[in-house]
Ligand binder design. Sequence first.
Ligand SMILES: Cc1cc2nc3c(=O)[nH]c(=O)nc-3n(C[C@H](O)[C@H](O)[C@H](O)COP(=O)(O)O)c2cc1C
Length: 189
Amino acid sequence: MKVRLLAFCGSARKESHSRRLLAAAVTAARASGAAVTELELCSDLLPMYDGDLEAAHGLPAAALELKALFADHDGFLIASPEYNGFFPPLLKNTLDWVSRPAPDMPAPYAGKSAGLLAASPGALGGVRCLPHLRLLLSNLGVTVSPAQLALGRADQAFAGDGSLIDAGQQKMLDTLVADLIRLTAAIKT
Ligand SMILES: Cc1cc2nc3c(=O)[nH]c(=O)nc-3n(C[C@H](O)[C@H](O)[C@H](O)COP(=O)(O)O)c2cc1C
């Protein structure tokens, strides 16, 4: 049975470098035999989390749909931009809403895996945001793969076909994805 990965990115920007890196990872994951669902996050998908809103109305329909979508996958492939050393609010808000309990819904995070990517036009590739994202996902019960890729100079990193120009970086991405698929298969219940 194929490993099922849900791929999403913390930037809603049309020309997002993180989304480009995610797309290259999705290509690698499919080539390695995983079934991948691509999820587009955007700022008007969910309101900013508000406990009063949840108490009055329960979870928004989009949060319930996302909970079901997360639960229906074995692991997550996540690419993030770095905002002042952290991952962006779009990602945090989405992960927070999905973490909220809802009656009779399967667990969205427990027993799942994640592989982490970051991209930035800066030299460090957004590497500083990844420990924070790793910690958040671990707190939610996700097993985060030790491998990660932070792509620096991302504005100059991609070939026309969406692959990484630097063969070494492309190999790192392919290896990261293959490791994630193996990890996901190993912990899949
Ligand atoms: C509020 C804000 C803070 C940023 N902070 C960082 C940072 O800490 N490190 C970094 O490498 N780039 C930083 N950047 C630049 C982003 O890496 C750049 O805008 C990138 O293209 C955003 O990701 P995207 O291309 O996936 O949308 C910041 C951008 C914004 C808007």
